[in-house]
Design a protein around this ligand. Structure first.
Ligand code: PNS
Length: 160
């Protein structure tokens, strides 16, 4: 069985993430979306909330599962016998850091990274920008799944 992992913070999942996850799911038998548990980084949603939103948004694919991890991604890859990381590349500005991580992950554990070019519809999109725009009342409904949009507005209104 050919398996790949799409790792990230997904705080929260956007249409850009889903575009990459969906296209990866058409290539691999199983795609695991792995949410990084990073206690030092302030997040809007808990890891469990992010995983739940991912489960809801990827339910239609049939071969996408959601997991979480802490520590090194390559250790998770080794434990779960997943040899490939799939990442989206939005712009050249993503490239330097992504290349560095891909080469480090390969040198640490022989794990391959395959880059998928982001759909131009979403090349400007990031979870941080979605949160910032929504915080100041901008309309982000077209940039995240409907259930995520509802939760986002709820969470932001809790802080007001
Ligand atoms: O959505 P993000 O925050 O851009 O995702 C970054 C992520 C989670 C893919 C990356 O930070 C990662 O793999 N972190 C796990 C720790 C790790 O393996 N670090 C070494 C990278 S070479």
């Amino acid at each position: 069985m050919r398996r790949a992992v799409c790792p990230g913070s997904f705080d929260p999942v956007t249409q850009g993430h889903l575009d990459i996850i969906g296209r990866a799911s058409a290539i691999y038998d199983e795609v695991v979306v792995a949410v990084l548990i990073n206690k030092t980084k302030k997040s809007l949603f808990t890891v469990e909330e992010r995983m739940q939103m991912l489960r809801e948004s990827t339910a239609g694919y049939g071969n996408v599962v959601v997991d979480s991890f802490h520590g090194l991604l390559v250790d998770w890859c080794r434990t779960h016998r997943v040899p490939v990381i799939v990442k989206g590349l939005r712009a050249i500005s993503d490239f330097d850091y992504e290349l560095q991580m891909a080469q480090m992950n390969h040198s640490l554990a022989g794990v391959e990274t395959l880059f998928m070019t982001t759909n131009p519809l979403y090349s400007f999109l990031s979870s941080s920008l979605v949160k910032e725009v929504a915080t100041y009342g901008g309309d982000v409904a077209h940039l995240v799944p409907a259930s995520v949009h509802t939760r986002l507005l709820e969470r932001l209104s809790e802080g007001r």
